[in-house]
Design a binder for this molecule. Structure first.
Ligand code: SF4
Ligand code: SF4
Length: 88
């Protein structure tokens, strides 16, 4: 799993940058449609949960974001079914 930021809710407070022990987030440089410099997930491969599908071992960013803007997204390869079919 990898963290993803919903630009509809992110207010660019950058708390996630300071909270993440693996420096997965960076400051945003582009204004979102809501008018904020939303944070960006620039290093999802560093996340403790990278390549995990069950029993996540860190959720600091998801739990700590004051706007509930961070949620889990499957790794790109997790979308592939056993036959290589896209599942979602
Ligand atoms: S903590 Fe949440 S609202 Fe603040 S920058 Fe990160 S994702 Fe955006
Ligand atoms: S789950 Fe933990 S390691 Fe992964 S991005 Fe969030 S705070 Fe960083």
């Amino acid at each position: 799993m990898r963290p993803g930021i919903d630009l509809r809710y992110c207010k660019g407070c950058n708390i996630c940058l300071y909270m993440c022990p693996k420096q997965c987030f960076s400051r945003g440089v582009d204004l979102s449609a809501q008018g904020y410099f939303a944070a960006v997930v620039t290093a999802p491969e560093k996340c403790f949960n990278h390549d995990r599908t069950e029993k996540l071992i860190c959720e600091l960013c998801v739990l700590g974001c004051p706007d509930q803007a961070i949620s889990w997204k499957p790794e790109p390869e997790e979308k592939e079914g056993k036959d290589g079919n896209k599942t979602g």
